[in-house]
Design a protein around this ligand. Structure first.
Ligand code: EAX
Length: 322
């Protein structure tokens, strides 16, 4: 082979390699593939695969296959896991500013919450993640949280009083929930089903999509529509991958994450509208008429602590968004 032919052959080989070069990204989350997290993750990965002409593809790791949420965030930080779709539950332990959105009764409803997360305040929090070694692509969603337990129907904080309840590893939640009289017991999600089954805790609180995906009726009798806190989630990516992406690819990833968020939130809406019937069918006793004012009143004193930590002006700014 003369030199020219060799060069052409090498170029062709390199071009072929470039076309075939394919990176498989590991994406993890704590619920089933058909849950809100799963449909979000799948939509994100479809968008990435199409937008990068197959150069990036995902492997899905649903149902805590890569560990609990705290472990997944750590793995994304160090780069042993590429992507995660996680609630803010443990995220504030990495990015303290994020904890402000975990304040009980901060958001009025889904419209309010989504507007804040997608607006300047939420986007600013998303950017803050970068300095902590996690890149936030978009806010997705877990949903408004409600209480379940094995002991009694909860209408008021008096009914909740004294119940040992699993919470996420989140101090803002725990401080808030103490004012309801419950005894918060922080625990990673993968351990919760077993703990409920064994009676280590009496109850837990989670959005309807998580209760459905986890089939919690198998271990919990009572459900109350307490709506006591909004639970955002985020699609996060490891800096190790992010730094390697071209600007065009970065835009593809962000765009895919935003589209995934729309699909994930739609699934939350659907689960909210169908979930109660399903839980009742599975034998759960559902309390729809919770005394929301009594819960809001109970948590008011904790707002003094939250104001000290996050600034009263910050909290007011979030509340003021219409
Ligand atoms: O992110 O830990 C929790 O209660 C979370 O809401 C759940 O894992 C979904």
């Amino acid at each position: 082979m003369n030199k020219t032919k060799l060069t052409i052959a090498t170029a062709a080989l390199l071009a072929g390699m470039a076309v075939n070069a394919e990176t498989i990204l590991k994406i993890g989350y704590s619920n089933a593939i058909n849950s809100h997290y799963g449909v979000g993750a799948v939509a994100f990965c479809d968008g990435v695969e199409k937008g990068t002409q197959g150069r990036y593809k995902c492997q899905q790791y649903p149902n805590n296959a890569l560990g609990g949420e705290r472990e997944m965030i750590e793995a994304v930080q160090i780069g042993t896991q590429d992507l995660a779709n996680v609630s803010t539950g443990p995220l504030g332990n990495f990015v303290p500013e994020v904890k402000v959105v975990d304040i009980p009764f901060l958001f009025r409803d889904y419209d309010h919450a989504r507007k804040v997360m997608d607006g300047p305040i939420g986007q600013d929090l998303l950017k803050k993640m970068t300095s902590k070694g996690v890149v936030g692509l978009a806010w997705t969603e877990n949903g408004f949280r409600h209480m379940t337990n094995s002991k009694r129907a909860i209408y008021t904080p008096d009914d909740a009083k004294g119940l040992k309840m699993r919470t996420m590893e989140n101090k803002v939640h725990m401080d808030g929930y103490k004012t309801f009289g419950i005894l918060p017991t922080p625990m990673a999600w993968p351990e919760v089903f077993g703990a409920l089954q064994q009676g280590t805790v009496d109850g837990q609180e989670n959005p309807i999509p998580v209760i459905l995906s986890g089939k919690l009726w198998q271990v919990q009798k009572h459900f109350s529509l307490t709506n006591h806190v909004y639970s955002p989630a985020a699609l996060i990516i490891s800096p190790a991958i992010w730094q390697k992406l071209s600007d065009t690819d970065k835009a593809v990833f962000v765009d895919a994450a935003k589209k995934a968020s729309v699909i994930q939130r739609k699934k939350v809406n659907d689960d909210e509208s169908n979930g109660i019937t399903q839980m009742e069918k599975e034998g759960m006793q559902v309390v729809k008429k919770v005394d929301g004012d009594a819960f809001r009143k109970a948590v008011t004193p904790a707002y003094a602590t939250f104001a000290k930590e996050f600034g009263a002006d910050k909290i007011a700014a979030i509340q003021a968004i219409k």
